[in-house]
Every structure is written in structure tokens, then in C-alpha cells.
Design a protein around this ligand. Structure first.
Ligand code: IDC
Length: 493
């Protein structure tokens, strides 16, 4: 009996972000093919294909072949194995989804670098020809995908670099002369491009590593705290591996000055790189806690910073500081829209995804990491954020981290020595217990916060930033001294 396959529209994924759908009409025998653009941005788009078997007998394998016009290529795929030959891209089963029972279906997704839509499609060798529908792809140029929030401006072609492999543009702001260079024995020189390996962060040669460092406060509030000499002190006096660039989105942050803050983030990436430190680019959403409120801004921002920094090895992307008041499903949906934008521009950058309940793995919401383990973000080379404040988050949170670390790659992108308010007394014992656990599990971390505001979580004493001295212990608060003493010990790289 002739096997019949059908490629059907993945309508559930079409949602509001579909900007263009091309339909491949049915041949007479009733096989059909269509693909859906589930997301798009200036330099590319995400496609989804569902393969279904309308016959009663199972099929044991399948093969989908797409041809793209010159200038567009499939950069990556998931739930399928991808092979490329010229402009022809062949998708075969990922391994577990080769067999499709009668009446059942499977689906896979892919990222196209470039805006050209497929010019042909076959499934198991049968052509799905006769483009109908609107508009055809090769002539359409997608803009930033429309979303439910429309307040932020669209990205412009001049600020979004087109491809993943081209050399990254020159820094827009000259970095002050570093006292450490990116060659030799800096964390960056020793480790190169980091990647996720199993449940750990690994360096370029595959060794499990832990990065230890600090987080800025809001970079728009404390510019005098993030100078060349401040980063010199972190690199050489603190031996920090990591500098988190906290870019608030609300409260006068990115939404108020997207261009200025994007430039500032890029400048800090350069300054960290020049000193051999990793830079964690933090899209610091907090209120509102639903990351989808800022989806348009996130796509716009990450398209720019990922394209601009693609050639650098020191960049890690944190796409949502602390989701709160939303379900894991909402966060996952946001992540699955933002990550492809980063991948299209910087394919090998590690991405950290915030978790439910202020990045508590759900615990602060009465949930747990189990909801992530059973429904992970559909992407590779990603980690999940966990945040704690030592005076507020204690044994039950540590137990959850210990459990979750066995199956999820975790990154403590923010923690404080004080209470969750960011103020109050330093909990030295609790902080040390936490850091001991992170060290044991090789979980990377960044301490909140490197600024001189008058609050318990500040690393620097009030007035230190304008005075301009950052090295040594006399400029540090109690919290700063504790954190410096933990970070400056020898790394295990
Ligand atoms: C706090 C700052 C404080 C600022 C406040 C509002 O310490 O100076 O006024 O944000 O923007 C977080 C957040 C982080 C908070 C911090 C302490 O990620 O932005 O910073 N915290 O409350 N999560 C848990 C605690």
C-alpha cells in the first residue's frame, strides 16, 4: 500500500507572530505540504513543519527536503537531523521520531538565516508543488515580528547585523587601557568560548568550569561605578571571571533609552573582554514580571547585541532576569521566541533562561524545578537561572538547587548576602553555606551588586564610585569584603 504523508500547518504555533505563510498545494494524490513561519526578525525567521501520517499503517521513516533561494540558509534545527547540500536542506528524523503511527504526526523546527522562503519542498520524495496563498517568500522582507506589545520601536536594518559569521563590528566606545589582556592567563584566555555540556558549563575544550563574579546594579543609575578602573579592580584585584551587565528594562532603563543602553552594554562587553572576563548580558526585567510584556523589546535588543558581539567569546545572554507572577509555560514561550533571535545572530552563545517565581526555579511560587524538567525549553546550549538572597532563602531552596542540578544546567546569575529586599544585615553563615554548595556543584554565580548605593547588598561603600578607587578592602562594605574573599581564590580551570 502506498504510504501517504501529509505536512500540515502547525496552526497552534502560528499565533500572533506569524508574518508570512507559504502554502504548498496538494498533488492529486492528497499529500499536502505547508510550512509555518512561527517567528521572524530582520535577518531571518523560524520555521515549523509538522509531518503527519493520515494513513492507518505506520510509517517507519520520513525525509523532508527544502530548497531555499541563494542568500538564505538553514542555520539550525531541532527535533530533526539536518543535512545541507548547496541550497537544499534535508531533514530526517532526530532518532526518536522516525516512526509515525497511522493518524499521528511529528513536527520539527528550524532557523533560517536570511529572509528567503522555500522555493520547493518534498516529503519522502514527493513534490509539494504549486505555491498558492500569500505572499511568496522570496520577495517578502520580514520586519520584527508583531507581538501583543507594540510600544517599542522596530529595529532598523542598519543596526541589526545580518549574519552569524561575519566579524563583529568594532566597539563603538574605546575601552580604557586594561591592565590584563585577553591573552595569557585570564579566565577568558584560559577557557575561550564556553558551552553547556550535560548539566554543566564547560570551557572550549570541554572541561567543566565555574565562573565567579559580580553583577552591576542598574547600569543606567550608576555609570561612575562601571569605569575602566572599576573593571581593572574586578579583573586584577578580585580575580573575577565574570561581570554581569544588569540592564533594567523598566524604571528608566531600556524602554526609555534603547539606543543609549544598547551602546552602554556593548561598551561594557568590550571592557570585560579587554580584561579577560566574561560578560553576562542581563535583560533585567522585574516589574512587570511577565517577560512577554517586553517581548518586542527583547527581540530588538538581543538581535542587536548578538549580531554585534557574535565574534566575541566572552558573551553570555540572560534573557529575563526575574519572571514573576507568570507560569512556567509563559516563560518557556517567551524563551522560545527570543532564543532563535540570538541563535540567528550568534549561534554559539550560551543563553540563560529565568525561572518562575523571581528565578527561584518556582520555589517562591510554591512550585519546583520539576515543571522545567518535564517541560524544558526547546533549545540547546541553554541554562536556567536560579537566584537567592542568603538571609531570605535557606535550606528548602538549597535542597531544590541540589535536586535540580542533577538534571538541569543551572547558573546563579544573581544572589545577595542579605534579604530579598536587597538591604538589611549580611547573613555571613548563610552566604558561605550557599557559596560552598555552588562551588561543590560547579555552579557559576554573580553577586548583587557592584555599586555604592546605601543598601546592604552593595559591594562598595557610599561615595566610592565618584572617588574612583575600587581596589583593596577599604572601599568595600561588609558584603563586598565577604564576596571578594570568596571570589579571589584560585579558579579550577
Ligand atoms: C533592587 C536594588 C534596589 C532597587 C530595586 C528596584 O537593590 O537598589 O531600588 O532593585 O529596582 C532582585 C532583583 C534586583 C533587586 C534585588 C534586591 O533582580 O533588581 O535590586 N533583588 O531587591 N531580585 C531579588 C532581589
Amino acid at each position: 500500500m502506498k504510504r501517504k504523508l501529509k505536512l500540515v500547518l502547525a496552526s497552534a504555533l502560528a499565533v500572533a507572530t506569524v508574518s508570512t505563510v507559504a502554502f504548498f498545494a496538494l498533488p492529486a494524490s492528497a499529500e499536502a505540504a505547508s510550512f509555518t513561519v512561527t517567528n521572524s526578525w530582520n535577518s531571518g525567521y523560524q520555521g515549523e513543519i509538522s509531518v503527519s501520517n493520515p494513513a492507518s499503517a505506520k510509517i517507519s521513516t520520513w525525509k523532508v527536503e527544502l530548497t531555499l533561494p541563494a542568500g538564505s540558509t538553514v542555520g539550525q534545527s531541532w527535533n530533526a537531523t539536518l543535512a545541507a547540500a548547496g541550497q537544499k536542506f534535508t531533514f530526517t528524523p532526530a532518532g526518536w521520531n522516525a516512526t509515525i503511527a497511522g493518524g499521528a504526526s511529528t513536527s520539527f523546527g528550524f532557523i533560517v538565516n536570511g529572509t528567503g522562503r522555500p522555493t520547493s519542498c518534498t516529503v519522502n520524495g514527493q513534490a509539494c508543488t504549486g505555491l498558492t496563498g500569500t505572499p511568496t517568500a522570496t520577495t517578502s522582507t520580514p520586519t520584527a515580528a508583531p507581538t501583543t506589545t507594540s510600544a517599542s520601536p522596530k529595529p532598523t536594518a542598519t543596526t541589526v547585523a545580518p549574519t552569524t559569521t561575519s566579524a563583529s563590528p568594532k566597539p563603538t566606545t574605546a575601552s580604557p587601557t586594561p591592565t590584563k589582556t585577553a591573552t595569557g592567563s585570564t579566565p577568558l584566555a584560559l577557557n575561550g568560548q564556553v558551552k553547556v555540556c550535560g548539566t554543566n558549563l564547560c570551557n572550549e575544550s570541554g572541561k567543566k568550569i565555574q565562573l565567579r563574579g559580580v553583577s552591576s546594579h542598574g547600569i543606567h543609575w550608576f555609570p561612575s561605578c562601571y569605569t575602566g578602573s572599576a573593571l581593572d579592580a574586578l579583573a586584577t584585584d578580585w580575580n573575577a571571571d565574570l561581570f554581569r551587565i544588569a540592564m533594567y528594562v523598566q524604571e528608566g532603563g531600556y524602554e526609555s533609552d534603547p539606543t543609549g543602553l544598547t551602546t552602554k552594554v556593548n561598551s561594557l562587553v568590550d571592557q570585560a573582554e579587554a580584561r579577560g572576563m566574561y560578560a553576562l548580558i542581563d535583560f533585567h526585567i522585574l516589574n512587570p514580571g511577565d517577560p512577554s510584556f517586553n517581548l518586542t523589546r527583547a527581540k530588538e535588543f538581543f538581535a542587536k547585541v548578538a549580531a554585534r558581539n557574535a565574534g566575541k567569546k566572552n558573551v553570555i545572554y540572560e534573557i529575563a532576569n526575574e519572571p514573576n507572577g507568570v507560569s512556567w509555560a509563559t516563560i518557556k514561550n517567551y524563551a522560545e521566541q527570543v532564543i532563535p533571535v540570538i541563535r540567528a545572530n550568534d549561534p554559539d552563545g550560551v543563553v540563560v533562561v529565568g525561572t518562575r517565581g523571581w528565578s527561584s526555579l518556582g520555589v517562591s511560587d510554591g512550585a519546583s524545578s520539576a515543571e522545567i524538567v518535564s517541560n524544558p525549553v526547546n533549545a540547546s546550549n541553554i541554562m536556567y537561572a536560579f537566584h537567592f538572597y542568603a538571609a531570605s532563602h535557606q535550606d528548602n531552596y538549597r535542597a531544590e538547587v541540589t535536586k535540580a542540578a542533577a538534571s538541569l544546567p543551572l547558573f546563579v546569575t544573581e544572589f545577595g548576602t542579605v534579604s530579598a529586599s536587597g538591604d538589611g544585615a549580611v547573613d555571613t553563615a548563610g552566604t558561605n553555606t550557599w557559596i560552598d554548595l555552588l562551588d561543590k556543584l560547579k555552579i557559576s554565580y554573580a553577586n548583587w551588586n557592584f555599586a555604592d548605593k546605601s543598601e546592604g547588598s552593595s559591594i562598595l561603600k557610599p561615595g566610592a564610585c565618584s572617588a574612583g578607587t575600587f581596589s583593596g578592602t577599604s572601599v568595600l562594605t561588609e558584603s563586598g569584603q565577604l564576596i571578594r574573599s570568596r571570589i579571589r581564590t584560585a579558579d579550577d580551570f
